[in-house]
Design a protein around this ligand. Structure first.
Ligand SMILES: NC(=O)C1=CN([C@@H]2O[C@H](COP(=O)(O)OP(=O)(O)OC[C@H]3O[C@@H](n4cnc5c(N)ncnc54)[C@H](OP(=O)(O)O)[C@@H]3O)[C@@H](O)[C@H]2O)C=CC1
Ligand SMILES: CC(C)(CO)C(=O)C(=O)O
Length: 157
């Protein structure tokens, strides 16, 4: 984005920086959102189900294998939805787990606090996108069902 092209966005970024946040502008929000969806579709349900911090996902071959399977399925759906494939995406995902190693993902925090999760907006959305494209996303569908089944004890069955 050229300087002066989006003054309101620049003002917002500058306010966020003054407040101590890291902020940058992008012309490519659609791609950035798909990349974020890819990361959240892998890290959030697995950390919520395994009840581990983000860094623990990459510490055992079994968890990495689960991550990779879910990553591959999700990426194939998102590529069909417009995300450019890139070998760095997997490396970036592992790096994100390392950079946020001690973090409890937002979904794990929601599960531990007994709050509703964003599972339908993340893995549920990937499964629906796959269905619209005439494809299947069994891992996303199963994880969405498993995370949804973690809660709701207060509802009438
Ligand atoms: N939690 C984490 O560890 C991390 C989260 N993230 C990302 O941050 C995002 C937020 O996740 P999470 O931590 O679960 O968020 P929370 O639900 O804990 O917090 C969301 C915040 O956004 C506010 N908010 C929501 N909708 C609006 C709106 N329309 N206008 C103004 N404010 C609004 C809420 O206000 P109110 O309280 O008034 O409802 C709340 O303060 C997600 O995309 C997540 O992936 C990224 C890194 C780490
Ligand atoms: C990047 C990550 C996985 C950090 O915890 C996140 O966005 C979340 O928890 O929702």
């Amino acid at each position: 984005m050229a300087p002066g092209e989006a003054p309101e966005a620049e003002r917002l970024a500058s306010m966020l920086k003054q407040a101590g946040f890291s902020a940058s502008l992008s012309n490519d929000m659609a791609e950035r959102m798909l990349r974020k969806l890819l990361s959240n579709a892998v890290i959030n349900p697995l950390t919520a189900l395994l009840r581990v911090p983000n860094g623990a996902l990459v510490r055992t071959p079994e968890r990495r294998a689960l991550m990779r399977t879910l990553f591959d399925e999700t990426l194939s759906v998102l590529e069909a939805g417009g995300l450019p494939g890139d070998d760095r995406l997997w490396i970036d995902l592992l790096d994100l787990c390392e950079r946020t190693a001690a973090n409890r993902s937002s979904m794990l925090q929601d599960v531990l606090a007994g709050r509703p999760t964003e599972i339908e907006a993340i893995n549920g959305a990937v499964a629906r996108m796959a269905a619209r494209l005439g494809a299947a996303a069994p891992y996303n569908e199963s994880l969405a069902s498993l995370v949804a089944a973690l809660g709701g004890d207060d509802r009438e069955g």
